[in-house]
Design a protein around this ligand. Structure first.
Ligand SMILES: *Cc1c(COP(=O)(O)O)cnc(C)c1O
Length: 460
């Protein structure tokens, strides 16, 4: 496909501007360019076709099944885009006098009240712009809490080895020493391993529950009790709350602080780099340290306000019954798909899962030579987005699937059938799968080169 710069032809335009009806003003030389910027020149039709062509080359939830575990594309209803586009929300200035924007203020307060109720927290900030940013804010609250009490010997944050990579990175960014603990064979926190590292130097624990292998930790109350007993605080990574929202609350599990990815669980698409919202909730003891629009800030004003409007729309659409129903259906769909695939590929943990599950293809690879990557690439030929691959790191040859609550039984049946076909194909024609995908625009890009030396600029 040609790049937009290659399609450019001198003089092509798509703007039809009205004739200038005011006197022309010549800018002084120091304000103007010497050479015109090298912008592509296309007419409206050409531009429209260019982006439609690009659109056809990507896979999104509008194209087909997208079971990307952990960070999947959850439900992003169109109505949320409509409310977030209302002029009353888009045409406001953050410095507008408070009495002129009371509706916006009420929307923020209502969203905060609902999300505090869902998480079991006492207060919340919408400033952080992403999950990792929320983690940073949350762990800094924990640090402030200890510092304010003069408790400066607490240097360590405990992170299980199944954690999302941002958790240890956050703890390190906040100046803590990261203590990794190995998971128990069932994928949950190993209580003995936890007890062994808890002590007077423990600042806190960062945890996801259900964890990254899709399992709800049965010992959660004991875990948070042990951390509190040692004087530490408990941080909940709530990026993906869709397994438990409206059903159980992190606050009741004993957590002191939490972040939510509104751009995962609460109706904002998270692809494409933003905008997002890593809302941070906390218990009353941490609330004094929350960033404020007119105090210490981690981002300007109220964060990405329109993302909060989408979350509020989503919550109001679903209502008190709809929120837990969405969670239960997410869990039901994941278990349905897991049980349908189980006859072929092997679950890493053969038990009831929450909103996602992990397959372990290490034996399959030994027997057939076909890897998790080969299976993921082969799924593309069937119009499916690949699952999350090689994560969490504690499972080798991992494929992590999260169907979400919005997929129909028919879609899940079709997906299970595709998995069955690939399971058989691996035995008869592994070579074909090593070279998959065969029908996609792009086959197997050099991922290391793409990550290390990305070419993001057009050189004329
Ligand atoms: C996505 C995710 C994050 C990080 O969120 P970003 O918005 O990408 O910074 C953290 N933890 C978990 C469990 C996640 O799935």
């Amino acid at each position: 496909m040609k790049l937009i710069f290659e399609k450019s032809a001198a003089g092509h335009r798509c703007a039809i501007l009205p004739a200038c009806d005011v006197e022309e003003y010549a800018l002084s030389a120091e304000l103007t360019r010497e050479v015109a910027p090298k912008l592509p020149e296309l007419n409206e039709q050409e531009i429209s076709r260019h982006y439609t062509e690009l659109n056809k080359r990507v896979h999104g939830v509008n194209c087909g099944f997208y079971p990307l575990g952990s960070c999947t594309m959850k439900y992003n209803p169109r109505i949320d885009e409509e409310t977030a586009a209302l002029p009353g929300f888009t045409q406001v200035h953050p410095l507008a006098p408070a009495h002129t924007v009371e509706g916006c203020k009420e929307a923020l307060d209502t969203a905060k009240a609902y999300l505090c109720e869902i998480t079991g927290m006492d207060d919340m900030t919408f400033q952080p712009a992403a999950g990792a940013h929320g983690e940073f804010t949350g762990v800094m609250l924990i640090k402030q809490y200890h510092d304010a009490r003069g408790d400066s010997k607490r240097r360590k944050i405990i992170v299980p080895d199944s954690a999302h990579g941002t958790n240890p990175a956050t703890a390190a960014m906040c100046g803590y020493d990261v203590v990794n603990i190995a998971s128990a064979p069932n994928g949950c926190v190993d209580l003995e391993a936890l007890k062994a590292v808890l002590g007077e130097d423990t600042a806190g624990l960062m945890l996801t529950n259900p964890n990254t292998v899709g399992i709800f930790d049965e010992n959660i109350l004991e875990i948070t009790r042990l951390v509190h007993e040692a004087g530490g605080l408990c941080y909940y990574d709530g990026a993906n709350l869709n397994a438990v929202m409206g059903v159980v609350r992190p606050g009741d599990m004993g957590f002191d602080c939490i972040h939510l990815n509104l751009h995962k669980t609460f109706a904002t698409p998270h692809g494409g780099g933003g905008p997002g919202s890593g809302a941070v909730g906390c218990k009353a003891a941490l609330a004094p340290y929350l960033p404020k629009a007119d105090g210490i800030r981690v981002k300007s004003f109220h964060g990405n306000f329109l993302v909060v409007i989408k979350a509020l729309t989503y919550l109001l659409t679903l209502g008190k019954e709809g929120v837990p129903e969405a969670a239960k259906n997410a869990v039901l769909n994941a278990n349905y798909l897991q049980s349908k695939i189980k006859g072929t590929f092997t679950p890493a943990f053969d038990r009831i899962c929450m909103h996602e599950f992990v397959l372990d293809l290490s034996n399959f690879k030994k027997e057939t030579g076909v890897s998790a990557l080969d299976v993921a690439k082969s799924l593309i030929d069937y119009g499916m987005h690949p699952p999350t691959m090689y994560f969490p790191l504690i499972v080798h040859e991992a494929l992590m699937l999260e169907p979400t609550e919005t997929e129909s039984r028919e879609t899940l049946d079709q997906a299970a059938e595709v998995f069955r076909k690939l399971f058989e194909l691996a035995k008869t024609d592994p070579e074909y799968m090593h070279n998959a995908p065969h029908n996609a625009q792009i086959g197997r890009p050099d991922e290391v080169r793409a990550a290390r030396t990305p070419v993001l600029r057009y050189s004329f």
